[in-house]
Write a protein that binds this ligand. Sequence first.
Ligand code: 5GP
Length: 141
Amino acid sequence: MTYQDDNIFAKILRGEIPSHKLYEDADTFAFMDIMPRGDGHCLVIPKKPSRNILDVEEDSLAAVARTTQKLARAVLRAFSADGVTVQQFNEPAGGQVVFHLHFHIIPRFEGVPLRPHTGEMEKPEILAANAEKIKAALAAS
Ligand code: 5GP
């Protein structure tokens, strides 16, 4: 259960593959989930390598928590949502697929269930439009 730096989020952090970036500071990075379970589904990750909540250093976890709150507030405003789901999975048995710590942030609406995992990627133009809404909400905060 060691960190491996060939995971997809490490590649995004290194700029080796593209992402729809929302926010960045010294310790954290936020971007759109490519297979959203709801419009505005985004992810927050630490820049420091950690596999999940079981090995992350406290300072890195605290920084991710701060950015997660910032993004949760922004997506609520950006989509005029009724609520926000924050999810975080650890190890395969815990539902984790990408082994760089990440928090999911998903705007929620009364009576609307999460979309199932289909493995289908969202259209880039939709991800870009939703990213713009979230960035505008962040800028207004
Ligand atoms: P988890 O590891 O918590 O189960 O989920 C990993 C998440 O990463 C999934 O929601 C999936 O849609 C997302 N994901 C997987 N590959 C990529 C990618 O290449 N780019 C982005 N932006 N998200 C990804």
